[in-house]
Design a protein around this ligand. Structure first.
Ligand SMILES: Cc1cc2nc3c(=O)[nH]c(=O)nc-3n(C[C@H](O)[C@H](O)[C@H](O)COP(=O)(O)OP(=O)(O)OC[C@H]3O[C@@H](n4cnc5c(N)ncnc54)[C@H](O)[C@@H]3O)c2cc1C
Length: 296
């Protein structure tokens, strides 16, 4: 498996001192936990196996990787300044822009100084007598901490092996461990295993470039065209002006999206139903999935 070979070095930040809290992971969740715990005056450190921040948006740098959440709702809403200090270039930005944004967050909140990168937590044992955790890493750290906050992600451990894959003579990649350097697919015979959200993004991005593409599909998916308008400065201003609205609404919708189960279908006329469905289709987003679920 070809991966980013630069992620295994140590950054040398091996402080054996006792901590109040250790955060595992420096993705969206870990960055926020580090910030919050530090704000409370705790001695806290975060550790991540990656060589920088971003979690999902650090590892998944495959061709076509992008949000399927609108950028202006996939946000930290605890700080208006942080929210308004970043302007998105489009409604569903790609991985490079999302990774840049999480680096902006880390810099703006000055988080990096308390993160130990390129380090994997290997074990964590709770000592009943001391009521503290003893944590070890692959770099030889032994950390004694009162609180252990795991922000390891629910999609961060790639499923890597197919029996016999080591005998494959060509180059082998996993989307969740994509190398940082670009891969030239021009004229190549390429096989893609899987056609979930990730597979679909890769397929449509490299199809025009490769010599021959074969997709191995176990379960066909239903997909709809995404509409991804570019954002002008005025567009960015418009969504930023809705900061308070998002802050109030998003924690209370079923999925955290702006839209929700909006309609009691039984009470709608056929014309109104058609109008709602057309509106969702034209939005080119997950609104089609969520807003069309009937309200109970
Ligand atoms: C391709 C892809 C696209 C997605 N798109 C969307 C989207 O559009 N909208 C949406 O809402 N969600 C999306 N998701 C879900 C996404 O995972 C979450 O939105 C979010 O990024 C999860 O953040 P997290 O901090 O919880 O975990 P992650 O971002 O997964 O971060 C976990 C971090 O923990 C580290 N880690 C794990 N174990 C250890 C260990 N033992 N030692 C050290 N470090 C460790 C990992 O290296 C990783 O950096 C997507 C997921 C994927 C994979």
């Amino acid at each position: 498996m070809e991966t980013d070979g630069k992620t295994n070095g140590s950054n040398g930040a091996h402080d054996p001192a006792k901590l109040d809290a250790l955060v595992v992971g420096a993705g969206v969740a870990g960055l926020y936990q580090l910030y919050r715990l530090r704000e409370q005056g705790l001695r806290v450190r975060a550790i991540d196996a990656a060589s920088s921040v971003g979690g999902t948006w650090y590892w998944n740098r495959y061709p076509g990787a992008r949000f399927d959440s609108e950028a202006y709702i996939y946000q930290y809403l605890f700080s208006e300044e942080l929210y308004k200090g970043w302007s998105w270039s489009e409604k569903f930005p790609g991985q490079p822009e999302i990774e840049r944004w999480l680096n902006y967050v880390a810099d703006r909140l000055d988080l990096r100084k308390d993160i130990q990168f390129s380090t994997t937590v290997r074990s964590a044992h709770f000592n009943e007598a001391t009521q503290r955790w003893l944590v070890t890493t692959d770099k030889g750290d032994v950390i004694d901490t009162q609180f252990l906050v795991t922000c390891c992600g629910m999609l961060s451990a790639p499923h890597v092996s197919f029996p016999g894959q080591e005998t494959f003579k060509g180059r082998l990649f996993h989307t969740a461990r994509w190398p940082k350097q670009p891969i030239d697919f021009a004229g190549k015979r390429v096989g893609i295993i899987g056609n979930g959200a990730t597979g679909i993004q890769v397929i449509q991005t490299i199809a025009g470039e490769v010599g021959h593409l074969k997709v191995f599909i176990r379960t066909p998916q239903y997909i709809i065209p995404m509409k991804n308008p570019k954002f002008s400065a005025a567009d960015a201003q418009a969504y930023k002006s809705k900061f308070e609205h998002f802050k109030q609404r998003l924690p209370h919708t079923f999925t955290g999206f702006e839209y929700d189960f909006e309609h009691a279908w039984a009470g709608l006329s056929p014309e109104k139903r058609r109008e709602v469905i057309e509106d969702c289709w034209n939005d080119g987003s997950l609104k089609l999935w969520i807003e069309l679920v009937p309200q109970i």
